[in-house]
Design a protein around this ligand. Structure first.
Ligand code: GH3
Ligand code: MG
Ligand code: MG
Ligand code: MG
Ligand code: MG
Length: 298
């Protein structure tokens, strides 16, 4: 776990840093609230902050209020660590949004275990967030989480004038797999299929379960031709009979499947919407099914 220390006084900063490193934390430091805010708005920002109150440019109280208004990077747990010791100041700190309040000079053991409390809360939040966003069977994003990420990527596409492509795929004749082998094998096929999909795309592409045996793939910074070739890669990897999706159930041949793919692009047009994009990709998939399955259509 990474912790951000916000402290203008160099010696206090160094002492605190040495302690946290000693307790096994990664540490980043800032000398005032403004520098801290910049760090907290970057990707991979620390989720736990130990901040001084009195600092130049932006004090710890203002920093707390700004952190509570931030909407990116999940929850940030804040411990105010200050020379102020009046009850009224502690209340002011908590009112501004601090999760905990400690006075300097701090008791080493107390700070250690109060930091552990913050760590537990952050870990809880991460677990809940993961559960809320993940499809339980396949481990890809669930539909809501996929849509949320897609809206973020479409906004980026508008801002940066880069294309965002969407692929929708549907396993061919999947009902037969269930009917022949049962639902447990059907489930295993869905898991193996999504593994193939993620192996065929780049790390910043994202996969979501749209429904039953239908999956969406978001491809940031990708135009329609590139999206179509990514879909071809996924299609070929699925149909590859040299490496069957899952081992043969007792008494049966190895299970091989194919899937149909549709691809569509969003080019940053403010008039265009996510509903329209999904309609286009759905139409393309429908054509792939109608034209014989195991196909990519755009
Ligand atoms: P098509 O080529 O037209 O797509 O045919 P299909 O059989 O794949 O399509 P259909 O929509 O008729 O059937 C989809 C099947 O997917 C029916 C449903 O029971 C099954 N299914 C949906 N979700 C799950 C799941 O989580 N696990 C399993 N095992 N089956 C599922
Ligand atoms: Mg200070
Ligand atoms: Mg279907
Ligand atoms: Mg199907
Ligand atoms: Mg169908």
């Amino acid at each position: 776990m990474k912790i951000l220390i916000v402290e203008d006084e160099p010696i206090s900063k160094r002492v605190l840093e040495a302690n946290l490193l000693d307790w096994g934390y990664d540490v980043v430091t800032a000398s005032d609230g403004r520098e801290a805010l910049e760090i907290l708005q970057s990707p991979e920002a620390p989720s736990l902050v130990i901040s001084d109150w009195v600092m130049p440019r932006m004090d710890g109280l203002t920093l707390c209020r700004k952190i509570r208004k931030m909407t990116i990077n999940g929850y940030t747990y804040v411990i105010l660590l200050t020379a102020k010791e009046a009850k009224a100041d502690e209340i002011k700190g908590l009112e501004a949004g601090a999760d905990d309040f400690l006075t300097k000079p701090f008791n080493r053991q107390e700070l250690k275990y109060r930091t552990r409390i913050g760590e537990r809360i952050i870990n809880l939040e991460r677990r809940i967030l993961k559960l809320a966003n993940t499809d339980a069977l396949t481990g890809v994003l669930n539909r809501r989480a996929f849509m949320e990420k897609m809206h973020v990527e479409m906004a980026r596409s508008r801002r940066e004038m880069t294309p965002f492509s969407l692929v929708l795929c549907d396993i061919d004749h999947f009902k037969e797999i269930n009917d022949t082998h049962g639902h447990q094998i059907g489930d295993a096929v869905l898991q193996a299929f999504t593994k193939r999909l993620s192996a065929a795309v780049r790390p910043y592409d994202f996969i979501g379960r749209y429904g039953g045996e239908e999956f969406l793939i978001g491809l940031p910074g990708t135009d329609l031709a590139e999206a179509a070739s990514a879909a071809q890669r996924m299609r070929k990897s699925t149909e590859n009979t040299d490496s069957p999706l899952i081992d043969a159930p007792e008494g049966y041949d190895a299970i091989c499947i194919t899937a149909s793919f549709g691809a569509a692009v969003y080019t940053g047009d403010a008039e265009d919407t996510s509903d329209h994009l999904i309609k286009r990709v759905d139409d393309a998939l429908y054509r792939a099914k109608r034209e014989g399955r195991n196909l990519v259509c755009v």
